[in-house]
Design a protein around this ligand. Structure first.
Ligand code: ARG
Ligand code: ASP
Length: 730
């Protein structure tokens, strides 16, 4: 008897351990923290309550967090609307104000007063006023018998009704989004400020220190921050840009802790994570890391090799391709990390074990048990199309001639739909975009990229996923990427702006008829037709079934695994994640510490190098150890890592201490942990933050912008807790 009870208890513990994700996994909805997370967070060290984090009746932490332009996160750090985000989030804005005379990217920018702050048309900051569960209303009248299409249109109708009935002020907006694979719906009332001005940015040699070589890596030494200010109308409400606008007076702004972090400190990251897929079945994960990632990485590998070669030997090309190269390399490196991380932590095997247990609890022959098999089968069916789809998408994305041909074909189709009389307007808009593209374009680079990518594409993609016309051109050009590329680039009108303009500055009918005669456009059309018939169509035919089963599998997991706490996948809505400061051991014999210092910046310093140069002023401050109140034991902390579960979009998010004070600025993840989007593992997943003391040090000591420091509220939460030391009697 005793024996059985023990066995039973042990089994229970085992199951619980396997189903309960690590305490640091999860991107939680702020309005549900009280019921789902508060207890655990307090156990981990949180000193405030869930209602200090999210509260609709009084100012709370959430009122200091904004979606920055819809692609990053920012936080308010003064009573006058000062906003902190990453350098790479403000990069576009900084670049737009940059000229050769005022090279803010190179030398940094610091407004000395409000008048010098620079407007950025189109840049926004969005606050979340309130979050509501509207699942019941959204799904009213929706039954299982509806097709996916019918279901969606029923829901859309419901959502429109909810939106128009929502209580809000005239300057606010309402947004409703699906969660848990559209099993639940939440409504967000938001306020979007449209006058966001640039206040300060360090030189790239600080804000982008380490560039691509260090990107996604630890140890890291980047001061990845920039400062903006939110402006409002005189009534403190959102207003279009105007010189009459005044700095925003926020409901809450974050106090800044000067006490730094220690190992195992509790931390939270509050922001707008973009996209994760944590509830995929095993076959979907397999498809990603064994099919799709390798395809995308392969294409970008080949493209980057060519581009890097040119950038190294040609200064002009280096400038032209810098931004493109950075964005191509960013995802490329992330996918490599994702494949490695999943392999190393046996992600697929873990999924399989999870599924076995799910099946056991659900009953193998129950509706839920068979559902999982069907879903996995669908991903197996999808696999060849998904991989071919990625090859095609990456080919057209990375060969700019094909990208251009593709938008040209789209423009012509658009004209066909809207009528010939619209041609001049559509053409001019197309040419304007093309003109700015050609500024950062070099034919030799693109031709060499094309040659390499054609070889890869026709080798890796089966001909029955390419189609006759495209394959025929490949055969006619000797089945050789170089020959195909030469054929396209020597005769196409798409190789220069002048030629393109001449080609399009003719009567519409002629242009349309001649599309086929241009070798580049013809090649694109041939590939595109084949793709849409042989890849895209069958792919799109499977996706609705996947969506339907993925939705039911999500619900099934929530029904069957009663002990597991579920958080919805990221979808660019406000989330809180929490974890602990700490290093990690990514592989045998390698162990990483949790904090870097200015010493490491100097170790990496390479005079004149475009990634690892260090500004003179910073070297002087290092030599004199002039760190002011920001140093710690004679060192200047730079970055630190913790086990917060973050993803793209969390860049610029505040890292907060147990009291809700700002201690850092999130900007990246470690390479081995980029798989956290599909397979979070607390043992090696770490987010990377700039230590807030480094930010303040750069603002104060490096840039001399003391007036900004004076606007902020600096606090000492740890020191305040330590009992005052009595002087020993002599
Ligand atoms: N990896 C970070 C993110 O995904 C930083 C990217 C910007 N830095 C860069 N070197 N490209 O956004
Ligand atoms: N660097 C990412 C961003 O820009 C953050 C991440 O993916 O961890 O949002």
């Amino acid at each position: 008897m005793r024996q059985t009870i023990r066995l039973y208890l042990m089994l229970g513990a085992l199951l619980a351990a396997n189903f309960t994700a690590s305490a640091t996994e999860g991107m939680w909805l702020p309005h549900l923290l009280g019921s789902l997370n508060e207890k655990e967070m307090k156990g981990m060290g949180l000193k405030i309550s869930a209602s200090d984090i999210y509260n609709v009746n009084k100012g709370s932490l959430k009122d200091a967090i904004v979606s920055f332009g819809g692609f990053c996160t920012g936080e308010i750090i003064s009573s006058k609307g000062l906003l902190l985000t990453n350098h790479h989030c403000g990069f576009d804005a900084i670049q737009k104000h940059t000229t050769l005379q005022n090279n803010y990217l190179d030398r940094g920018f610091w407004a000395r007063n409000l008048r010098e702050e620079l407007p950025n048309p189109g840049l926004t900051a969005t606050f979340i006023v309130r979050i509501e569960d509207v699942t019941k209303q959204a799904l009213a009248g929706v039954s299982a018998s509806l097709s996916e299409k019918e279901r969606q249109s029923a829901i859309d109708k419901n959502l429109n009704g909810i939106k128009s009935g929502a209580v809000k002020e005239s300057w606010q907006e309402v947004l409703i989004k699906p969660f848990f694979e559209a099993n639940q719906y939440f409504l967000f009332v938001t306020e979007t400020y449209k006058d966001v001005r640039l206040v300060g940015a360090p030189p790239s040699s600080i804000g982008k220190f380490g560039a691509d070589t260090d990107n996604w890596m630890w140890p890291r030494h980047t001061g990845d921050f920039s400062i903006f200010r939110v402006y409002a109308g005189k009534d403190n409400k959102p207003a279009d840009y105007s010189t009459e606008n005044v700095p925003l007076s926020p409901k809450h702004f974050l106090p800044i802790s000067l006490d730094g972090v220690a190992e195992n400190d509790f931390t939270m990251v509050f922001g707008f994570p973009g996209r994760t897929s944590e509830y995929l079945p095993s076959n979907a994960m397999k498809l990603l890391v064994e099919g799709q990632d390798p395809a995308r990485v392969g294409i970008r590998d080949a493209a980057l090799k060519v581009i890097d070669g040119y950038m190294r030997k040609d200064e002009q090309i280096k400038i032209q391709y810098a931004a493109k190269q950075a964005s191509t390399a960013n995802a490329w490196k992330k996918w490599i990390g994702e494949m490695q991380g999943v392999r190393q932590t046996k992600g697929v095997e873990r999924k399989l074990a999870y599924e076995a247990r799910f099946r056991q609890l659900a009953g193998a022959n129950s509706e839920y048990g068979t559902l999982l098999d069907s879903l996995n089968q669908l991903y197996t069916d999808l696999a060849p199309y998904a991989v071919a789809r990625d090859y095609y998408t990456e080919l057209v994305r990375n060969v700019e001639m094909l990208t251009l041909a593709n938008s040209l074909v789209n423009m012509i189709q658009d004209t066909r739909n809207k009528g010939e009389d619209k041609y001049p307007a559509l053409r001019d808009r197309f040419l304007a975009t093309a003109a700015s593209g050609f500024k950062n374009y070099n034919n030799d680079v693109d031709r060499d990229v094309a040659a390499a990518l054609f070889d890869l594409y026709f080798k890796e993609v089966p001909s029955n996923k390419i189609g006759g016309e495209g394959y025929q051109i490949w055969m006619e050009t000797n089945k050789d990427g170089r020959t195909t590329a030469n054929h396209l680039y020597s005769k196409s009108a798409l190789t220069s702006y002048a030629a393109l303009k001449a080609f399009l500055d003719r009567p519409y009918a002629t242009v349309e008829a001649d599309l086929w005669k241009d070798p580049a456009t013809r090649f694109l059309i041939a590939l595109r037709n084949g793709y849409s018939e042989l890849v895209s169509k069958p792919y799109d035919a499977i996706v609705p079934d996947i969506n339907r089963l993925q939705r039911r599998y999500m619900q099934a997991q929530m029904d069957v695994l009663k002990d597991r706490r579920f958080y919805p996948d990221a979808n660019s809505t406000l989330r809180l994640t929490y974890g602990k400061v700490g290093g990690y051991a990514p592989r045998d014999a390698v162990e990483y510490d949790f904090m870097t210092t200015l010493d490491g910046v100097m170790e990496k310093y390479k005079p004149g190098d475009y990634e690892f140069d260090v500004p003179e002023k910073l070297r002087e401050l290092y030599a004199s150890k002039d760190y002011g109140q920001y140093g710690q034991n004679g060192k200047m902390p730079v970055c630190f890592i913790a086990s917060n579960h973050t993803t793209g979009g969390n860049s610029g998010s505040p890292a907060l201490d147990a009291y809700g004070n700002l201690i850092g600025l999130n900007f990246d993840r470690t390479w081995e942990g980029t798989m956290s989007d599909i397979n979070y593992d607390a043992s090696i997943c770490r987010n990377i933050m700039v230590d807030i003391r480094y930010v303040l040090f750069v603002v104060d000591k490096f840039a001399g912008a003391k007036h900004l420091i004076e606007e902020m509220k600096l606090v000492h939460p740890k020191k305040a807790k330590v009992a005052p030391v009595r002087k020993k009697a002599a």
